[in-house]
Design a binder for this molecule. Structure first.
Ligand code: IPM
Ligand code: MN
Length: 355
């Protein structure tokens, strides 16, 4: 079959990790007889440099006209230390989430047997961890109005706002995922303090009645932060609001052994976006040392969730797992004899073609 994929490499290590994912996708295309038609587009600091805008119209058009979007990373240190910068690369990402209606970010957190000793956490609490973190992505404090400064500049404010509808659709998605897994949904909130969290709890409880095959429990976010690394095996699907999800999913990445390994899917009303959870890692840009697996595994999620190609996605995941077993790992996982970004990408596409 023919598929249209928008490719947004972005900043920092974005272009080099995306290149490896494209190699792997092409190998899948060859093996399973599909043709992927890529449309490259600018986003983030790379887009600001060329057009002045972090998400040019042309990029948004290409995304909307595609079956799925593969995204690298955005962010550039030249903006981080300049709080007065009017345009920031991150605005491109937030605008894309808003414009494409990417209401849920789905991040699987699994442990790979060959990497159990890479995590700073003890092996016995990690073995068998399989968590699906579902983060609400277009609401809450990231987008709430009003946001800004008082006239005298001495006070600043952000607003956390949620509607029932926004909560319902993401909690329903989490329940749907749970039905295909162990059936457990943990709603993480701060209902002892926040009004939005109380609406989350009230709304989620009602939705639970529609999913008799699932069991829902509730946990305060501070407790969840602790339980995640103390007893990660207790979780199946976690669903939470935007900012709690941002923080908890970075925390959960420690379980896997490296932030560089984790993929994600941002589910939209029509087109979805697939991206690694790590950032643009500017210190490593252009050095051919970054871990491409987060992006390669995001491409696997793209095949499965975005294009409904389950066998193809499994083949890609298997190749990635085999690379870990074979000790083909980048320096975030092995400082003594790491392989380069491109060597790992080549290894994975060769594996796909010959197995
Ligand atoms: C993420 C990132 C973004 C976020 C930043 C870059 C705006 O940390 O995708 O998790 O906070 O959502
Ligand atoms: Mn984040």
């Amino acid at each position: 079959m023919n598929f249209k994929i928008a490719v947004l490499p972005g900043d920092g290590i974005g272009p080099e990790i995306i290149e490896q994912a494209i190699k792997a996708m092409n190998a899948i295309g060859k093996k399973f007889n599909h043709s992927f038609n890529y449309k490259y587009a600018l986003v983030g600091a790379a887009a600001i440099d060329k057009t002045g805008l972090p998400l040019p119209d042309d990029t948004l058009k290409k995304c909307k006209a595609s079956d799925a979007v593969l995204f690298g990373a955005i962010g550039d240190p030249k903006y981080d230390n300049d709080p007065s910068a009017k345009v920031r690369p991150e605005q491109g990402l937030l605008a894309m989430r808003r414009e494409l209606g990417l209401y849920a970010n789905v991040r699987p957190i699994i442990t790979f047997p060959s990497l159990l000793d890479k995590s700073p956490l003890k092996r016995e609490i990690l073995d068998g961890v399989d968590i699906l973190m579902v983060r609400e992505l277009t609401g809450g404090i990231y987008f709430g109005k009003p946001q800004g400064r008082s006239e005298d500049g001495k006070t600043a404010y952000d607003s956390c706002v949620y509607s029932k509808y926004e909560i319902e659709r993401v909690v329903r998605l989490a329940c749907e995922y749970a039905l295909k897994r162990k059936g457990r949904v943990t709603v993480v909130d701060k209902a002892n303090v926040l009004a939005t969290s109380r609406l989350w709890r009230e709304t989620s409880k009602k939705i639970a009645y529609d999913y008799p095959g699932t069991e829902m429990d509730f946990m305060f976010v501070d407790n969840a932060a602790m339980q995640l690394i103390q007893n990660p095996l207790r979780f199946d699907v976690i669903v939470t609001e935007n900012m709690f999800g941002d923080i908890l999913s970075d925390e959960a990445s420690v379980i896997t052994g490296s932030l560089g390994l984790l993929p994600s899917a941002s589910i939209g009303s029509s087109t979805s976006v697939f991206e690694p959870i790590h950032g643009s890692y500017p210190q490593a840009a252009g050095k051919n040392i970054a871990n491409p697996l987060g992006t390669i595994l995001s491409a696997a999620m793209l095949l499965e969730t975005g294009l409904n190609l389950t066998r193809e996605s499994d083949a890609l995941k298997k190749a990635a797992e085999k690379s870990l077993e074979a000790g083909m790992v980048t320096e975030d996982l092995d400082r003594s004899k790491p392989c380069s970004t491109s060597t790992l990408g080549d290894w994975i596409s060769e594996y796909i073609l010959h197995n």
